[in-house]
Design a protein around this ligand. Sequence first.
Ligand code: SAH
Length: 188
Amino acid sequence: MLAAIGTVPRHLFIDDTAFTDRAYEDAAFPIGCGQTISQPYTVAFQSELLQLSPGMKVLEIGTGSGYQCAVLCAMKAKMFSIERQRPLYLMTRERLGKLGFKANLTYGDGYAGIPREAPFDRVIVTCGAAAMPETLLDQLKPGGRAVIPVGEGNDQRMLLVIKNLDGSIMVEEKGRFRFVPMLADKAS
Ligand code: SAH
């Protein structure tokens, strides 16, 4: 996983020239639309919890800059990612294309997931959900795992959700993090 992070040049995911020379600091930076690129530690932490194998089908909620998505592509995941802010979706689609990362990007509401592509082996949410997004768990394969920061404001508990083969759900708490909110009911 660290090898994959090493292959993704983070400075290319930060447009704001005020921050590009700090791209390798362990910090979150603004990416437009009031959103942020996740801190490298958080990207590493969530990527590790996923326990990915090459070829797995992964759904990401919150494409943002595309950095987390690129890291998962480098780990050989088949990526599907949803972004709620159209300008970010457009910008990142172009960026990932230019850099040669093949990901299926969608503009829309992450709470809905992508029913026609379900089930997914893994689900990763990169914004803070006020409550557990059940629709996304429905789209998770039996035997699959989801990593979802859940909590109000900017205090989230990182939840590792494991769906057993019989469909039952196990949840483990993996620490506290700070995410931008997962937007609900955003108009267009
Ligand atoms: N994974 C991103 C993190 C970006 S921050 C990266 O590596 O840069 C979280 C992103 O989630 C923001 O871009 C925000 O617009 C998006 N987001 C918020 N609510 C959402 C929703 N309901 N559906 C999809 N994306 C959402």
